[in-house]
Ligand binder design. Structure first.
Ligand SMILES: [Zn+2]
Ligand SMILES: [Zn+2]
Length: 257
């Protein structure tokens, strides 16, 4: 699987884009950067979009994408609550057309919303996708284990607070893409908003190793831009203590699993 990071932050600017990545150019995970970071022809390649939860930074790209790709149907996969948030706030027929219905542009439906049930794997464009619930701010939030046809696996946590040990037994990825939003000095803020800081990341990784018996490759996303360098320094310490490599993703990075 080739993973291409379109956005790796929680705040958008000229230099930072919202968390989103492509798998083999056809599967988009989150939507923050799927229009601003891609040409029209690259957008056309996307066959399906996975959304982890209904917060704005994750669902924001969907209406603009649907507008740009109105002449064919793209499937959007998420839990029932996330799809409800999307259809009642962003594709509601008020601020933009209801892209889930046939639009006048080409007479096509640009989006089909498909409900994902946690713990039930589904086939999406040849990938096995397993949604697993994570703890995030009292909103329905899931992480995804995505398995390619040749058996390569990644797990993306989505936005998450502590307590991932409940799902480690359900996954066995070679790569984990994880949320680290704050530095250690804001651990309380991280806990209150259900995100992770490097210190909390360390705990989650130790639990992973205890349950699974190995460390996968770790790549971090969802940085608050002004804290990224502070997070980088603290993550270096965690990596040294656990004797593994932990990478901080940047916009445009590609990696292969
Ligand atoms: Zn969130
Ligand atoms: Zn977020």
């Amino acid at each position: 699987m080739i993973i291409r990071f379109l956005g790796t932050h929680n705040a958008e600017s000229k230099y930072t884009s919202l968390v989103s990545f492509l798998i083999d150019d056809v599967l988009a995970v989150e939507s923050g950067g799927i229009t601003s970071e891609l040409s029209f022809s690259e957008q056309e390649e996307i066959k399906a979009i996975l959304l982890s939860h209904g917060h704005y930074d994750h669902i924001k790209g969907v209406p603009a994408f649907a507008f740009n790709n109105a002449c064919h149907t793209t499937r959007v996969f998420a839990t029932q609550q996330t799809l409800k948030i999307l259809s009642s706030h962003l594709i509601d027929g008020v601020i933009y057309p209801k892209f889930t219905e046939k639009t006048p542009v080409c007479g096509e439906q640009s989006l089909e919303l498909v409900t994902l049930e946690p713990f039930i794997p589904v086939d999406i464009e040849g990938y096995r996708v397993l949604a697993l619930p994570v703890n995030h701010n009292n909103i329905s939030a899931v992480g995804f284990e995505i398995t390619s046809k040749d058996g390569k696996k990644l797990f993306y946590t989505g936005d998450t607070g502590p307590g991932l040990s409940a799902i480690w037994e359900h996954v066995s990825p070679q790569l984990i893409i994880m949320d680290v939003t704050f530095p250690n000095r804001l651990e309380d803020t991280a806990k209150n908003s259900a995100h992770l800081c490097p210190k909390m990341l360390k705990k989650e990784l130790i639990e992973f190793q205890r349950i699974k018996g190995y460390f996968p490759r770790i790549v971090l996303v969802h940085f608050t831009p002004k804290f990224k360098e502070e997070i980088r320094e603290e993550v270096k310490e965690v990596a040294k203590e656990l004797k593994l490599s932990i990478e901080l993703a940047s916009e445009g990075n590609e990696l292969i699993v």
